[in-house]
Design a binder for this molecule. Structure first.
Ligand code: SF4
Length: 665
């Protein structure tokens, strides 16, 4: 059966970007893992308890309008009419550049497609999604070197590789189900190398564990390349035939000897040598990375250095792959559907006039705006300066998820119009003028794209509560009220069919195939024969160590970083309303080393104040295996009141490095 009836209704997990399928029995509401790809009969606790938040008593059930300090219920007709009238007035008074949209990495491809279509038809590219906060650094680096900003190989390839390097990424807690693939490689004799700033759960499964000083990733990567080049361990045939810029890399990494790198990174020179040799001699290998790499001021350069390692060894196609592992369940789809302020759908640059006009023609207009919109991380200063007057947010919670969250909250109070579509009265929704109640993942149909670029259909299990509606239906109502043409969709598949027309890889594929099996686009394995660059060759880009934006000093002597917990997701609005998950994780903590705890007179379980230049938090201290001088806070609570909003080249804040201090209360 297409929708898995018999086994249960097949639904895409609403949490991480791995993209597990759940089988839900609508009557008993029991959740079972789907036996096929990608999860192969496995689920992590978040997937198993994925229905609990859906039936929370906190669900929004009616449109709400702010009156004074509280909200009053209004009808859908009135809400949409008032919102569209206000938007039109703002555009008339200040121009289309004064409005902005935040799309959602949790809603379907169809819904993301509509959000950017509305924004662009209104005349602005101010449409962005939370990829800006996580993997936009990867997109910029991968596009520059290889041609596409995406994961190169399917998960199933991981099992075949001779070595897997896991860098700034803790899959055992972030994407627990991917561990079966990683451990599959290990069972076949593959070597697992883990590089992180603390002893993560993933490190327990590693053959090589490298605990690195925060912010020194480029030095370590360059030292690994130094060993590979000096030892003649690189793949000469691949480098000569399929890359450009090798001499730049050879020169660039010369000074990064393992001994030099030991002083900078804290990783022993002998271990750097051994790991470089093991990875190079494995014959095939993957590099997987996460936010530990991308959420730094050097995020783009960090990824460039990892790509350089893979290029030196020719680890592409059958021989290896690059895995920028996505956080939220549809962050890949949201980006692919065009909800990035510098790209049209498919990551096509705004400057590609042929594609831009093709999209415009499909939407019934001559052309679309060409100027890059604000990055989502630039919205807050733009609002405070008066350049942005209206913000429309679908399913995101920037008052908690964005760096320097106090500044974000201040900006949210300055808007002439703030609309939030969501399941719950989130911290962001509290600032809204209008709140529109949205359906949860299992109360609607549509497609999602996981980290391996697999588009999967998610079927409907039950009706949404009260008057809440699927996001796409709300967006269609809004577009029609705004007088936009081309929104005469009667079912969600009409939107799917429209986005299929945009991508050559989907031109000869059918929605039936998508519903039955899912489709990986453009192909499961990229770059088998050629890279997606003008000459078909990949480009080495040498990078130098870049220092973090703010360094610890006498006033703020510690380095604060943010981490994830297995039982929580993003800003915790869903998982905290899931009793089984909330029980497992409880309140927010700060992880501190035994040495630092002793120095500050802190015992495990004591309450402490953690402060940075941006704010302070009261937290429970937890003594953990983390290096001296570094403290870590799970980002699911209010950690971003403390984090640094300095942006890297891709517009991603330096969440992973803030100078901080701690004191016992
Ligand atoms: Fe859901 Fe990710 Fe857990 Fe799979 S690994 S069940 S997709 S949260």
């Amino acid at each position: 059966m297409l929708n898995g009836i018999g086994m249960g209704v097949r639904v895409v997990c609403p949490y991480c970007g791995f993209g597990c399928n759940l089988l839900i029995d609508p009557k008993s509401r029991r959740v079972k893992p789907y036996p096929g790809e990608p999860n192969r009969g496995k689920l992590c606790p978040k997937g198993l308890y994925a229905l609990e938040h859906v039936f929370s008593k906190d669900r929004l059930k009616h449109p709400l309008k702010k009156e004074g300090e509280s909200f009053r219920r209004i009808s859908w007709e009135k809400a949409i009419s008032e919102i569209s009238t206000k938007l039109k007035e703002i555009i008339e008074d200040y121009g289309p550049g004064s409005i902005a949209f935040i799309a959602s990495s949790k809603v379907t491809n169809e819904e993301n497609y509509l959000i950017q279509k509305i924004a662009r038809l209104l005349g602005t590219n101010n449409v962005d999604n939370c990829a800006r906060l996580c993997h936009e650094s990867s997109v910029h680096a991968l596009k520059l070197t290889l041609g596409d900003g995406v994961q190169t190989n399917p998960y199933s390839d991981l099992e075949r590789f001779g070595a897997i390097m896991i860098w700034g990424y803790n899959p055992a807690e972030t994407h627990p189900v991917v561990m079966q693939y990683i451990l599959g490689a290990k069972r076949r004799g593959g070597k697992i190398i883990v590089i992180d700033i603390r002893e993560t759960l993933t490190m327990r499964f590693a053959d090589y564990r490298l605990v690195i000083k925060p912010g020194t990733d480029i030095t370590l990567a360059n030292a690994i390349m130094n060993v590979i080049i000096e030892g003649n361990l690189y793949n000469k045939e691949f480098v000569e035939s399929r890359t450009t810029g090798f001499s730049e890399i050879r020169m660039g990494v010369k000074k990064y000897t393992p001994e030099y790198a030991e002083k900078v990174t804290g990783v022993p020179a002998e271990l750097i040598r051994e790991v470089a040799e093991v990875f190079a001699k494995a014959g095939s290998g993957a590099i997987m990375w996460g936010m530990g790499i991308t959420q730094q001021i050097s995020g783009v350069e960090n990824v460039l250095a990892l790509v350089d390692i893979a290029l030196l060894l020719g680890y592409f196609g059958e021989k290896g792959g690059l895995y920028p592992m996505r956080g939220q369940n549809n962050v890949q789809g949201a980006a692919y559907m065009g909800t990035l302020s510098e790209f049209l759908p498919g990551y096509i640059p705004l400057s590609d006039s042929k594609f831009r006009r093709k999209v415009a023609k499909m939407w019934g207009v001559e052309d679309l705006p060409t100027e890059r919109g604000f990055y989502l991380t630039e919205y807050w200063d733009a609002i405070l300066k008066g350049d942005l007057k209206a913000l429309y947010i679908v399913g995101e919670n920037p008052a908690v998820s964005d760096a320097n969250a106090l500044k974000v909250r201040k900006a949210l109070t300055k808007l002439d119009l703030l609309v939030v579509q969501d399941l719950f009265l989130t911290k962001t929704a509290r600032f809204a003028h209008y709140i529109l109640p949205a359906a949860a993942f299992c109360e609607k149909e549509g497609s999602y794209m996981n980290s391996e670029r697999r588009i999967q259909w998610s079927f409907k299990v039950c009706d949404p509560p009260g008057e809440s509606k699927p996001d796409w239906e709300i967006l269609v109502m809004l577009a029609r009220a705004l007088g936009l043409k081309g929104f005469d969709y009667s079912k969600v598949e009409d939107i799917t069919r429209e986005y299929f027309k945009l991508f050559p890889a989907l031109r000869n594929r059918s929605i039936e195939e998508l519903k039955a099996r899912g489709i990986i686009i453009p192909a499961p394995r990229l770059y088998v024969d050629s890279f997606n660059t003008h000459d078909g060759k990949a480009r080495f880009v040498a990078v130098e160590q870049i220092m973090p934006w703010e360094e610890p000093n006498g006033e703020y002597p510690l380095i604060l970083t943010t981490v994830r917990l297995i039982n929580h997701y993003n800003t915790g609005e869903m998982t905290r309303r899931s009793p089984s998950l909330a029980k497992m994780s409880g309140e927010s903590v700060v992880f501190i080393s035994r040495e630092d705890a002793r120095e500050y007179g802190i015992e495990d379980g004591d309450y402490v104040i953690v402060e940075t230049r941006r704010g302070s938090l009261r937290l429970k201290a937890k003594i953990a295996k983390i290096q001296k001088g570094v403290i870590a806070i799970p980002f699911h609570f209010d950690a971003n009141l403390l984090t640094n909003d300095a942006l890297n080249k891709a517009g991603t804040p330096e969440f992973k490095f803030s100078a901080a201090r701690i004191r016992k209360i």
